[in-house]
Write a protein that binds this ligand. Sequence first.
Ligand SMILES: Cc1cc2nc3c(=O)[nH]c(=O)nc-3n(C[C@H](O)[C@H](O)[C@H](O)COP(=O)(O)O)c2cc1C
Length: 295
Amino acid sequence: MAHCLAPLLADPDISVYVETLKPVTPYPFPWPFFRFLDVFPETVYQDAPALQSLSLRGDEDFDLVILAYQVWFLSPALPMAAFMQSPEAARLLRGKPVVTLIACRNMWLMAQERMKQYLDGLGARLVDNIALTDQSGALASFITTPRWMFTGRREAFWGLPAAGVSETDLRGSARFGAAMAEALHAGPIAGPMLHGLGAAVVDERLIASERIGTRSFRLWGKLLRAAGPQGSARRRPLLAIYVCFLFCLIVTVVPLSMALRALLHPLVKRRLLVQKAYFEQPSGSATHHLSPNPQ
Ligand SMILES: Cc1cc2nc3c(=O)[nH]c(=O)nc-3n(C[C@H](O)[C@H](O)[C@H](O)COP(=O)(O)O)c2cc1C
């Protein structure tokens, strides 16, 4: 976020207002194992937690709103869900151009679909989406992301890269801020500003997993919510069963479905490319405006 905002903050003609969402009960970091799992049902069903009062009233008139959020369990993280459901967001976002800025491991498609629903419901216009994903790739990040979440340690180890978005990608996101500053100087924001800057690259191999994952999450989320409220001891046995289920799924179904997908690829390639293009909207993954050595 800081790198992306830097060109806007440095511009004397642009004033930037930063609002940090603070839940009344803060989420821990690093996450205790069961606390991490325990936010799963509420995240999937977007049961928003209470937020501390915002410093914005909601009647401010911004030329552009940037919504930066993390993905939790294929959904917008709960602090962002709470904001999107707040009366302030309803007032603030109506008719406004919005850029979403995602930082996640690598699965953000379904979360962004949910954000699109929120924005549509509030009458806001999504003009661009930036998706920053983990540098370590799908397989390594199955190890590096949980290690980071549960221990707070993100450095490289055992030949695996460091967890999270790379420094190069973070620094490189200044290009998005620069493009937004340029567009703001040119007048009201009418449409995408970030074409050709590689803002949202979709890995089409993950589309099916995200769809299947979301369906399975809704089913398990419903069961877990029925077992007891967040924090209750009654949820724990079911959460433990769920973790075992997830683990079995990852070591059996995921490799199998990857092999099947590789086999079927020639048949479904065309359809996948159409879906990839859909999820990459509105900014797209093209890179023709990137400088050869982005910083
Ligand atoms: C509870 C929880 C669930 C998460 N679920 C997902 C997920 O479904 N997909 C994903 O790509 N990343 C997921 N992540 C990783 C986060 O999106 C994000 O990469 C991580 O929290 C680091 O964010 P930061 O770079 O803003 O510090 C999850 C993280 C947490 C804490």
